[in-house]
Design a protein around this ligand. Structure first.
Ligand code: NDP
Length: 493
């Protein structure tokens, strides 16, 4: 596609008519007339009034998914047919890539070029990958005695509810929906209240691509009502959640208070990025700055704690500051923008409270910290050094463009600092010493460790957390384990 200009995107935004109705049982569903307002982060103005799901809409969506599962229309389809349907879905996403990227940028504030180049590419690729995998799974026939045969078959778990956040609204959805559908499950997706529009469009696209009614349903609504109703629903078999650790706890409670549904949790992070004295300081700084400011810092894996050896701390920090100051904050629809708007006024206020708290605690503000003087929810990229390990900024997830620089003198101290958090999602290590890289990688409790890189990823590589960053893995064949149960059948010969 020829690159669109700022004006091209503005024209397309003016023409966009977002989908504002639920997608239930293969059709639009307007709900009972109750709506809520989605505010555009780029200007703080109302963007759309989608239908608001309550218990009734959740019941309808779960009943549709239950029917599509129990009648076998999806789980008993030949796996190759299911795979073909997912590949058609991927094709439809690619065909609507521009519209979906624009919708994401408008509803949650990231630069539209990043939505187009990164998020939508990942979403289409995810549906395609699981479509291609659907008929390549092989069950087991363990060796048994001569008089019996044992079969271990992978059975879809049933109705999956996926509750996802706003920072990568479609990627987080795809990571759950695609493997669940490939496994033969049916799905009800609830996007975040800040970013329902892209997900509602996705629901309709699934039907246009030929998914049978009820197989993939989307309901827009708020967490404490629609999310809770899914968490407590007796007909939901598995709840796949991505979001904050606090809300993850709610889902475990909902499961305990209802049908003991299995709950998979992908939660927050406070990821350490460790720079040893022998590392390439410029490469480490460039990656650190990119990682913590990408997507406005609204990244679960953001390397928000830069742990740098004291001998090179000043050098590395200066290089990070240079990159932070070079970022171009602006309209997410302008292709020249490299940092967009934070998702909401409330979130901007939360991030600013973290900044004020760090200043009050005695951390040194090196750059940023201020709201950008324009309509919308824009914040300067912010770097603190002299952050002490016991400060809130070193422990709590900010989920915004705020970097905490801490120093260490020994490898053991670096590992201790890296692990001094309740989270365990990701970590980075920068060194040319292979042994040190291995030692640190093994010692840091994190689901992913990147050595001399950050945010490398592939669909065939699992992603997920340890400790209070959650459990279970998205992506790769491991994700199918979340949506299938091994069933053993013994046959007497
Ligand atoms: P939240 O946990 O606030 O919300 C996530 C989802 O849960 C939303 O759909 C939300 O609905 C819903 N929800 C909120 N409250 C409840 C409730 N009481 N009962 C049921 N559902 C509820 O997270 P954010 O959307 O603010 O996203 C940021 C968080 O997500 C960060 O902590 C980040 O680290 C994490 N995250 C983790 C990732 C990972 O892979 N580990 C990836 C991306 C983000 P609504 O918004 O409509 O109220």
């Amino acid at each position: 596609m020829a690159r669109l200009s700022h004006q091209d995107w503005l024209d397309r935004a003016a023409r966009l008519r977002p989908v504002t109705v639920h997608h239930i049982d293969g059709a639009d569903h307007a709900g009972d007339g109750d709506t809520f307002t989605v505010i555009a982060p780029r200007d703080g103005r109302p963007l759309a009034e989608p239908a608001r799901a309550g218990q009734r809409e959740v019941d309808l969506a779960v009943a549709a998914a239950r029917r599509a599962f129990d009648t076998g229309v999806w789980p008993r389809l030949a796996p190759a047919e299911r795979g073909r349907a997912l590949i058609r879905f991927a094709d439809a996403i690619e065909a609507h890539r521009e519209e979906l990227a624009l919708t994401v940028a408008l509803e949650m504030g990231k630069p539209v070029t990043e939505a187009y180049d990164i998020e939508l590419r990942a979403v289409a690729a995810c549906f395609r990958w699981y479509g291609e995998v659907a008929d390549k799974l092989i069950d087991e026939a363990p060796q048994t005695g001569p008089d019996a045969l044992a079969l271990v078959t992978r059975e879809p778990v049933g109705v999956v509810a996926a509750v996802v956040p706003w920072n990568f609204p479609l990627t987080m959805a795809a990571w759950k929906v695609a493997p669940a559908l490939a496994a033969g499950c049916t799905v009800v997706l609830k996007p975040a209240e800040q970013s329902p529009l892209s997900a509602l469009r996705l629901g309709r696209l699934g039907a246009e691509a030929g998914l049978p009614p009820g197989v993939f349903n989307v309901v827009a609504g708020e967490g404490p009502t629609a999310g809770r109703a899914l968490g407590l629903h007796p007909d939901v078999d598995v709840l796949a959640f991505t979001g904050s650790t606090a809300v993850g706890r709610h889902f475990l409670r909902y499961a305990a208070d209802s049908n003991l549904k299995r709950v998979w949790l992908e939660l927050g992070g406070k990821s350490p990025n460790i720079v040893l004295p022998d590392a390439d300081p410029i490469a480490a700084a460039a990656s650190a700055a990119w990682g913590v400011f990408f997507n406005q810092g609204e990244m679960c894996t953001a390397p928000s704690r830069l742990l740098v050896h004291s001998s090179i701390a000043e050098h590395v920090t200066d290089a990070v500051l240079e990159r932070a100051r070079a970022l171009r904050i602006g309209d997410p629809l302008d292709p020249a923008t490299t940092m967009g708007a934070l998702v909401s006024a409330a979130h901007l206020a939360r991030v600013r409270a973290h900044i004020a708290g760090a200043q009050a605690a005695g951390a040194r503000l090196r750059t940023g910290g201020e709201r950008v003087d324009r309509p919308g929810h824009f914040l300067e990229p912010t770097v603190f050094d002299r952050v002490a390990p016991d400060m809130a900024l070193a422990r709590e997830e900010v989920f915004g463009p705020v970097l905490a620089v801490l120093t260490f003198d020994t490898e053991d101290e670096a590992i201790r600092l890296a692990n001094a958090t309740e989270y365990g999602l990701a970590a980075g290590v920068w060194t040319t010493n292979l042994s040190a890289a291995h030692r640190i990688s093994r010692s840091v409790r994190a689901g992913t460790v990147w050595v001399n890189c950050y945010e490398e990823g592939g669909l065939n590589v699992p992603f997920g957390g340890m400790k209070q960053s959650g459990h279970g893995r998205d992506k790769s064949l491991h994700a199918l384990e979340k949506y299938t149960d091994p069933k053993t059948t013994w046959i007497r010969l």
